[in-house]
Write a protein of this length. Structure first.
Length: 441
C-alpha cells in the first residue's frame, strides 16, 4: 500500500509548521515566529476519514534570497512538489496576497498537481474574506486557523478527495523492491555492488558520494529484485550548507515509502548514532518489513559471544522496533552477504503470513486468562473475537466490549503474545480494536 504524499508549501512564516503539527496531532515541526526556522522537511503519518497519507513540511519559499540555505530550501520544496499527489499552499490571511505568494503560485502551476489554497491565521470566519484569494486562480480558498484548528477539517476533506484511487490498491509488480538506506559511508553502494556482482554504483569513502536514488534490477535464487540505492542521510547540522544533499534526503525517504523491504545499513565499526535511530524510526513509522545490516563486520575483533553482545545492544537501541531482523556481513570482502537475501525473503514472507482465526483466538484466549487486563473505571476489557484483517503488514482486528478500556501496556502484551505464537520477525504488525456488544456476537 503506497500512501499518498501531501506537501505543505508556502512563503516563510505563514504557519506551515503549525498546520503540519495540527494535522498529524503532535508537535513535530519547530514552530517559531522567526522566518526560516524550518530548515528541512519533516515527514509524518497522517489519517483523515480512514485515509492514511504521508505529510511533508517544507521550508519557506523565498526566491529573492540567494544564499545557499535558501537555495537548498527552494530545491527541496520543488522536489516535494514533484513527488506529492496533493499540495497545500499556505498563505498568511493577516497580510493578504503578496507578490511572493504569486511567485510561488507560478511554480505550483507547473506541477499540474491538485493545489488547495489554505488562508491561515483567520481566527474568525468571514465569507467575504474569500473573494480576494480567488484572484490567485486556485479555486476555492479554505479559511483556516492552524493554531486553533478552525477550518482544518474542511481542508482535509478536500485533500483526501484528490487522492488517486489507484494508490489505494497495492501495485502488483513482478519484482521485489528493496530500499537500501543508511547514513553516508555506511557501505550501502559497496553492498549493492557486491549483491549484483559488478560496479553499478560509485563507491567512495567520501560521505555523500551517492547523490540520488538509483534503481538496479537483478535476480537472486530465481527471484526478481529491484535494488534502490539512496543518498546517504546525514544529521541536519552537517548538511546545513550542502544543498544537494539537503534535498536528496527526500528521495531517500520516498524510497522507503515505496519499498517492499527496507535494508538499513549501519557501520558496525562505529557507535549507533541518533541518525541511525531516526532512519529506523521512519522505517517503523511506514510499517515496512526490514533488515538491519551491520556492515564492516570484518573490522570487528570477535570472540564467540561478540554477535550476541551486538544483538543485545541493538535490542536496547531499537526497542521501538523490537521485531528487527539483523544480519552481520562485510560488503567489502563479501563475507556473509548471502545471509542478506535470505533475510529479505524471510521478512517478506513473514509480512505476508496469514493466521487462521481459530488458532489465533485460542492464543489470545490463553493470554487473556494468564494475564487479565486491568480495570478502568470499574469496567474490565473483554475480548470477544479476533481475526486477521490483512497482510503487509499483518493486521489483526480485535472485537472488544469497549475500546477505551485497552491500555498501551496490555496492547503490547497481546502483540508479544502473537509474536511468540507466530513468526513475524522483521515485520511490524498492527492491532486494531472495534467495539462490539456481547449480545450482537
Amino acid at each position: 500500500m503506497k500512501e499518498p504524499l501531501v506537501a505543505i508549501v508556502g512563503r516563510p512564516n505563514v504557519g506551515k509548521s503549525t498546520l503540519f503539527n495540527r494535522i498529524v496531532g503532535k508537535r513535530i515541526s519547530i514552530v517559531n515566529d522567526e522566518p526560516g526556522v524550518t530548515r528541512d522537511r519533516i515527514f509524518a503519518h497522517g489519517v483523515w476519514l480512514d485515509n492514511g497519507f504521508t505529510l511533508i513540511d517544507t521550508g519557506g519559499l523565498d526566491f529573492e534570497k540567494k544564499d545557499e540555505i535558501s537555495f537548498g530550501i527552494v530545491k527541496q520544496a520543488k522536489l516535494a512538489i514533484e513527488m506529492a499527489e496533493v499540495i497545500i499552499f499556505v498563505v498568511d490571511g493577516k497580510l493578504g496576497i503578496t507578490a511572493a505568494d504569486e511567485e510561488v503560485v507560478q511554480v505550483l502551476r507547473k506541477s499540474k498537481k491538485p493545489i488547495l489554497l489554505a488562508v491561515n491565521k483567520i481566527d474568525n470566519y468571514d465569507a467575504s474574506l474569500e473573494y480576494e484569494y480567488y484572484s490567485l486562480g486556485l479555486g476555492k480558498p479554505y479559511l483556516i486557523s492552524s493554531l486553533h484548528g478552525k477550518g482544518v477539517g474542511d481542508l482535509l476533506d478536500a485533500v483526501v478527495e484528490h487522492f488517486p484511487k489507484e494508490l489505494l490498491q497495492r501495485e502488483q509488480e513482478d519484482c521485489i523492491k528493496l530500499a537500501i538506506v543508511g547514513k553516508p559511508n555506511a557501505g550501502k553502494s559497496s553492498l549493492i555492488n557486491r549483491l549484483v556482482g559488478e560496479e553499478r554504483v560509485i563507491v567512495s569513502s567520501i560521505a555523500g558520494t551517492t547523490r540520488d536514488s538509483v534503481d538496479i534490477p537483478f535476480k537472486c535464487n530465481g527471484k526478481k529484485y529491484s535494488l534502490i540505492d539512496t543518498a546517504g542521510m546525514r544529521r541536519k547540522s552537517k548538511i546545513e550548507d550542502e544543498t544537494i544533499e539537503r534535498y536528496s534526503i527526500i528521495r531517500s525517504l520516498d524510497s522507503i515509502r515505496n519499498a517492499d523491504v527496507v535494508v538499513l545499513v549501519i557501520d558496525s565499526s562505529t557507535e549507533i548514532s541518533d541518525q541511525d535511530l531516526k532512519i529506523a524510526s521512519f522505517i517503523d513509522e511506514q510499517k515496512k518489513p526490514s533488515v538491519v545490516v551491520l556492515n564492516k563486520w570484518d573490522l570487528i575483533d570477535k570472540d564467540t559471544n561478540t554477535m550476541n553482545k551486538f544483538n543485545e545492544k541493538l535490542a536496547g537501541e531499537l526497542a521501538f522496533m523490537s521485531y528487527f531482523k539483523s544480519v552481520y556481513l562485510s560488503a567489502l570482502t563479501g563475507k556473509r552477504t548471502e545471509k542478506l537475501m535470505q533475510a529479505v525473503d524471510e521478512v517478506l514472507a513473514n509480512a505476508s503470513r496469514k493466521v487462521a482465526a481459530g488458532p489465533l483466538n485460542d492464543v489470545l484466549s490463553d493470554a487473556y486468562v494468564i494475564n487479565s487486563p486491568p480495570f478502568k473505571g470499574g469496567k474490565k476489557l473483554k475480548i470477544f473475537y479476533a481475526t486477521q484483517g490483512g497482510t503487509n503488514p499483518p493486521t489483526f482486528i480485535l472485537f472488544v466490549n469497549d475500546t477505551s478500556l485497552m491500555t498501551d501496556n496490555y496492547l503490547r502484551y497481546l502483540e508479544n503474545t502473537i509474536r511468540k505464537a507466530y513468526d513475524f520477525t522483521g515485520t511490524p504488525i498492527i492491532i486494531k480494536l472495534k467495539s462490539k456488544k456481547e449480545e450482537d456476537l
